[in-house]
Design a binder for this molecule. Sequence first.
Ligand SMILES: Cc1cc2nc3c(=O)[nH]c(=O)nc-3n(C[C@H](O)[C@H](O)[C@H](O)COP(=O)(O)OP(=O)(O)OC[C@H]3O[C@@H](n4cnc5c(N)ncnc54)[C@H](O)[C@@H]3O)c2cc1C
Length: 506
Amino acid sequence: MTLPTVAIIGAGPAGLTAALELIRNGGYQVVVLEADDIVGGLSRTVNHNGNRIDIGGHRFFSKSDWVMDWWRQMLPPEPAMNGSSPGPAMMVRNRLSRIYFEGNFFAYPLKAGPETARKLGFLRVARMLASYGRARVRPRRPESNLEDFLINRFGRMLYETFFREYTEKVWGVPCRDISPEWGGQRIKGLSVTKAALHALKAPFQRSGGVAQKGTATSLIEQFLYPRLGPGQMWETVADAIRDGGGEIRLRQPVVGIRHDASRVTAVVTRDQESGAEDIVAADHVISTMPVADLLAGFDPLPPEPVREVGAGLRYRDFMTIGLLLRKLRRTAGASPDSAINLVPDNWIYIQDRGVKVGRLQVFNNWSPHMVSDPGTAWIGMEYFCQEGDDLWSSPDADLATLGADELQRIGLADPEDVLDSVVIRMPKAYPAYFGSYDRFSTIRAYTDDISNLYLVGRNGMHRYNNQDHSMLTARFAVEAIVGKGTEKAAIWNVNVDDDYHEEKSA
Ligand SMILES: Cc1cc2nc3c(=O)[nH]c(=O)nc-3n(C[C@H](O)[C@H](O)[C@H](O)COP(=O)(O)OP(=O)(O)OC[C@H]3O[C@@H](n4cnc5c(N)ncnc54)[C@H](O)[C@@H]3O)c2cc1C
């Protein structure tokens, strides 16, 4: 008996979760079609000469028990966090991230207190408080863009000092041009009042475990992390899929979606090396590929209004310059015991107008196993750019020089201490909440009507979904396929509120 085929586009967290859930359910032939030569999507780990890079630094935490249990089942937490045993496991990590601003390090999120006031200057703090007070008394209504959203929650001065520069680096457009929805997704539940209450309560609270259900996403202080970075999770999942009889075809970008308006009949792949096209007949299709690319590959093409919204979707691209350093310069917070002057942060936001770098990762602190020689500092300098712009198109050697120069300019390391470098470019890392995004409902209505097509994940739904959201959307798509009565609406409802369905109904 031939089983119905489910074609899954993309081997990132959403695609792989869907594949494994289908295999666990049984009764389907599962084929994952991946454009790249590696699994994990944005949540991959790149191994460069034994030093590992995580694109963006992936914290594993979720308010969904289903996701937390799923992860723990795939990679059990290690018994003791001694960092010595090499097997696959999750470590429990403490988050430390700071903001680098005008030569000083500030806690992230900002902590109200004498230390912060001293670094910022008492007069400036008084003005910030007054500006926050004004925003609370007279909020901007309607809240029609991200600038309104941030000013209403933090006041104009805090916004201009700590949010505007970084956010505009991330998106490459003014905050006024970005939908307030992005704030809702990204800075969910956070405000000055909540951050201050959190700081006051923290010393008196017992840890509620890594899920930290009552905590706003931006304030999460503990998370799980696979010893060898996020890719280790997704490589383990890929192995389980293959062991369960599923197929993962790498270097097979999907270039066409054949359909008859009510159902998809097949997807077309093009082998990256030979250029040969293959037609994969499918009974169901789960897509995590960018919505814009998906619609452009529709055969026949969608109606004009849908095409137009699809073509108008925007993305922001991302680049990490990995620098292996003999040592860092001694800066605030560096452990006195560290021969390489390692700072304690997982990552540092660079709030400095003089440099292009947006954020800096310290991979040693995500997991000591990410670095082949613990006597070196393994740093990721993150740049937000646009595919094809000057930064994106610069030769790798120039980018390594830029990274080293900027590290020197912000006083963290000297170029002569660079031992090795690598540049990783990730297109479409951020689906943008501008462009034609405000008309996305046109696309949703059209694709929802194609009964056997499920849009899931981050770029797959054009939504700022984290791994856990992406996995939950995959879970609901599988439930719909296997006949558990789940509607497509359940997929779209993930990451709309802070809580997920099962918690809500509970
Ligand atoms: C800087 C940064 C930091 C992040 N930090 C965190 C974090 O701390 N915690 C967290 O949980 N999440 C984090 N995320 C989000 C996380 O990376 C995503 O939620 C997750 O990877 C999305 O999974 P996905 O499967 O939907 O998409 P992706 O990871 O984008 O995977 C999609 C896959 O589809 C493939 N593909 C694309 N087009 C085609 C095509 N035409 N044919 C075939 N395959 C195709 C891609 O190659 C890719 O492998 C972060 C993201 C970024 C950019």
